[in-house]
Design a protein. Structure first.
Length: 381
């Protein structure tokens, strides 16, 4: 598939059904060229003629509209969090065709993790795909904290799943999945370079440079929240002490909310419910936005620590567009003033930074994981 064909698929993915004339105008190409492109894509099973436009924006012959095919190509996205494994089947339209949640796997050994994910995927494929259908790949959102151990789990996990399922498997961090989602379905569609700072159970970044996701030599690009701390601080899963991720994560923020806002210190050692945590953090942000002192103090303190590390990241990469993504609900943007102030206070002279907030609602990570597979059919406009 050439780049022009990918651009046509991207236009239909972004804007929905379009006529050949509309596609030609958006791509600034001739009628003859767009006719050939659409015909090739239609013959290959990517697009379909959905009929005459009932409300054309021109006079003359009624134009036919073309849209992406609903069930080709297909990809599976998996979000492995501490509370559940969420799977979705989606397409280039980002439609969720099937979704299912499975029990968590974060406490399993590497061998048990591979076995459990293989079983989950096999059950999901059986339920989600129609006869003769095939997914072009599986995108797996898996944080480094789930890949810990002396031997690298990702290559062996990919090999084991591909052997068991007969489908290509691709692993990204949740932050990278969030970045892919923002690139093709969110705030970063027009941005060639941007950074997503993703705050969930873990804290990491997804980085796009020249319209490509950065992976690094070992697939660990974006893990900015480790090292550089006080050796007397709490240990991190990575083996170091004083990592920013141990100080700022969804679990810790929720416990601070229980203890400092709701004054329920007895709950601080209880197991965390994902639903309770999500609701609690959304309430924390809403209370801070409303001016509740204890809630605002929690967020200002966390934002000050996080802003220092983000500023260092901006100074290193020289990428000005940042997206702060978290599962804090609509009022999560209450973080932005404190974060922005701390970042700008520490930027190099002349450096710039624009900070946006994006709610990281379910199943965004699973969709981003699937799009990490499907983006091979897309091209920046």
């Amino acid at each position: 598939m050439n780049d022009r064909e990918k651009r046509i698929l991207t236009l239909l993915s972004k804007y929905g059904a379009l006529s050949k004339r509309q596609l030609a105008e958006k791509e600034r190409i001739s009628w003859g060229t767009i006719f050939k492109l659409v015909t090739r894509l239609e013959n290959a099973g990517f697009v379909k003629n959905i009929g005459i436009d009932a409300h054309p924006d021109t006079t003359g012959k009624d134009p036919h509209l073309y849209d992406l095919v609903e069930r080709y190509p297909l990809a599976i996205g998996i979000d492995v969090s501490s509370s559940a494994v969420t799977m979705v089947l989606t397409n280039l339209k980002k439609t969720i065709l099937h979704q299912k949640t499975f029990p968590p796997v974060d406490k399993l050994s590497n061998a048990e993790l591979q076995r459990a994910l293989g079983e989950y995927c096999a059950r999901f494929l059986e339920q989600a795909l129609l006869a003769e259908e095939r997914a072009c790949g599986i995108g797996l959102g898996l944080s480094l904290s789930c890949r810990r151990g002396k031997s690298p789990v990702a290559p062996r996990l990919i090999k084991g799943l591909e052997k068991a399922l007969g489908i290509p498997v691709h692993i990204e961090s949740p932050a990278c999945c969030a970045a892919v989602f923002q690139k093709w379905h969110g705030k970063a569609f027009t941005l060639p370079e941007f950074v997503v700072i993703a705050l969930r159970e873990s804290l990491s970044a997804g980085i796009f440079w020249q319209n490509n996701l950065l992976h690094g030599a070992r697939g660990m690009a974006g893990e900015f929240a480790h090292g550089g701390g006080d050796e007397s601080d709490a240990p991190c899963w990575c083996g170091q002490r004083g990592c920013l991720e141990t100080q700022i994560n969804a679990d810790r923020l929720y416990r601070q909310y229980l203890e400092q806002v709701r004054k329920e210190s007895a709950i601080s050692s209880a197991p965390l419910s994902d639903a309770d945590r999500r609701i609690g953090l959304a309430v924390l942000c809403s209370m801070a936005k409303a001016g509740q002192t204890d809630a605002a103090t929690i967020i200002r303190s966390a934002a000050a620590h996080l802003g220092k590390r983000i500023a260092a990241l901006v100074n290193l990469l020289d990428i000005p567009d940042l997206i702060f993504a978290s599962d804090f609900g609509a009022d999560g943007d209450v973080w932005l003033p404190a974060l922005s102030a701390e970042i700008h206070r520490r930027l190099l002279p002349g450096a710039q930074c624009t900070l946006m907030y994006a709610p990281m609602e379910a199943p965004l990570i699973a969709l981003g994981a699937a799009l990490s597979v499907l983006q091979t059919f897309l091209s920046p406009l």
